[in-house]
Structure formats: C-alpha cells, structure tokens
Design a protein around this ligand. Sequence first.
Ligand SMILES: *Cc1c(COP(=O)(O)O)cnc(C)c1O
Length: 378
Amino acid sequence: MEPIRMVDLVNQYTQIKEEVKAEIDKVLDSAMFINGPAVHDFQGALQEYLSVKHVIPCANGTDALQVIMMAHNFPKGSEVLVPSYTYVATVEVIALLGLKPVFVEVCPKSFNIDIADLDNKITSESVAIVPVHLYGQCARMEELMKIAEEHSLKVFEDTAQAIGASYTFSNGSTQKAGTIGHAGATSFFPSKNLGAYGDGGAIMTNDDELASKIRMIVNHGQSKRYYHDSIGVNSRLDSLQAAILKVKLKYLDGYNKSRYEVASFYSSHFQEVEWLTTPFESPFSNHVYHQYTLKLADGINRDELIAYLTDLGIPSMIYYPVPNHLQKAYTSYGYKVGDLQVTEDLCSRVFSLPIHSEFKPEQLEFIQHSVKAFKGMH
Ligand SMILES: *Cc1c(COP(=O)(O)O)cnc(C)c1O
C-alpha cells in the first residue's frame, strides 16, 4: 500500500503534470512574471466560476483578509465579531489593524459561527462580522446577513477552507461561498481545496467601489503609477501561480466531489461507532470537506488515538488545539477559560483524518478499519 498522506499533492500533480508544465513554460517564455496575462486570465476564470463581479488576486489568504479591512478604514478600537474557533489568520489581521476582535461561539454541530451568540455580542462599537466557512461548509449566511443589515455591519467571509461550496437561500437561490457578504477572502495555500504551488490568495466582491479601493491597496495604494493616494501594501499573485491555478480551477469541482466521496465513505463506517460523532451536513450548504473532522466522546484519549494511528502510518491532525481567545498573543483582550464553552470543548475533542482527492480504496479501508479497532485495543 502506498503511504497515506494527510494531503496528497504528489499524485494530484502527476495527473495534470503535462498541462501545468505547458502553462508554466508559457509564463517562462514570456518572462511576464508579475501581472502577466496568466494573472488576468485566472482572475477572469475565477470570477466566472464564482459568478462574482470582481476577483482581486493577492499574495495569500491572510493578506486578502487584511486588505479588505484596510479598505474600510474603521476607527481604531472598533469591534469585529469573529469566531474564536478558526485559524489564527482570521483574528490576527483584526488585531494588526488596531481593531478589537470580539470572539463569538460556534455551533457544536456545524463548527460555524453561532447566530444567537453573534446577535448578543453586537454593540454600538461593532463594525463588521467575519464568518469563517470552517472545514468547507458555509456558515448560516442568510440569518447572518439579516443581522448585519439590521445593525449596518459589514460582512467579510473567510472562504479559505470553502472555495467551491455554495449556499442555498430559503427562496431556493444559490450563491457561492465568499460572494454573499460585502467581500470574501480566500487562500490558495497548497493544501487548500484550490491550492497553488506556493502562496496565493484572492478577494471577491460585487461592490465596484470597494473593488477599486482594494485594487489600489494591494498595489501600494497607487492610483496611477507613482501617485499614492492611500497607504497600501505589496500583495500580488505571481504569474506562475496564476497559471497553475488556472489549470487547477478546471478540476476544482472534481476535487471537491472526490473529497465528498471520501467523507461519505468515512461517515458510513463511523456512523455506528458510539465514541465518534461524524461531521454534520447542513441543509443550506454543500460541504467541500477541506477537513474531515470527528468529535471524540468523553473518555477517549485523543493523544493515545493519534499515537496509535501514527504507529500504523495514518497521519491525523487537531484543528485546532487552542482556541484563539485563549492564545497567548491575544490575552490582552481579556478572555479566560470558560468564556466560550462550546469552542473550548470542541478544541479538546476534535480530530481530523486525512482527506484529499487521490485515495486508493485500500488506503481508505485501512483507515476506517484501524480507527474502528482503536477502542478495543485501549
Ligand atoms: C489558510 C487559512 C487562512 C490563511 O491563508 P494563507 O494563504 O495561509 O494566508 C485564513 N483563514 C483560514 C480559515 C484558513 O484556513
């Protein structure tokens, strides 16, 4: 059996090697490494795929979030509502810009922002909400947008884990994750569902004015060459990455479908296991399974389980062991243990298995069999 990987980018590349190499060669031959035609082409293709007016490519997903917030020029100390249960980048940019992260609970089933707690935590200082479509499934965007509208708050979707997911509104209409709020940010980190061969990111919006501000900010706040109207950053997607991403975008739906099939396989085997809770699939969003994350019952020793699987050659991960409100870097915001009980409980019991688009059936069989055998052996 081939070694099991958390993410298998080697076998994925093998299948598209010729196509990718041809596109890389075009960039090399043109020597247009920065803002070359490949960037423009990819931007157009992603706009079309997402049915969004503007895609602004940038250097990574963290920059995408930061630039969106820079474009709004919120007064220092303004409050931004964000789940604590997310990758640190979502919170980091809020803090970096001198804004105040207000940590919101998540729903214990979906792992996404809890609407009731969100509503409770809105104050006169609130300016924005950053829902995170965690593990590949959309947050409750319809309710969230309604609350945002009532309080005149901006909504910036962190879509780093959910590119290609779509949300179904109660009237039956659908929209792609990242295009529902005022702006969305995504990441093309290699292990993301649409991954580059290096860093990359993008901002999505349907707002023309916001798009032009963002375009300026990612390019040193420049309105025309050597005229700088605002303080900006240097954040670009390079042409090589854009060329690679344009090839991979064609396969994204296929990759997401394969991930879904893997998740369905796992869940069909783990459903009956009393010490495992399989991922919840919401009726209003499809799931693109950036992660396949199980919850362990009380009394199951997670470290032992991980060590046992590691010994068998099965990698696994904890996303995330420490919630952001309890991270050392964010102690100045005054949170303590017990402030977000659902979040803290999840961090103590979640556990993610390998998921990607390149499994061999025997690998999946081995994983499901090994996981199920754990309890009898401990
Ligand atoms: C990966 C990720 C980011 C950051 O993306 P980078 O491209 O690594 O900067 C932000 N938010 C979430 C939820 C992520 O998973």
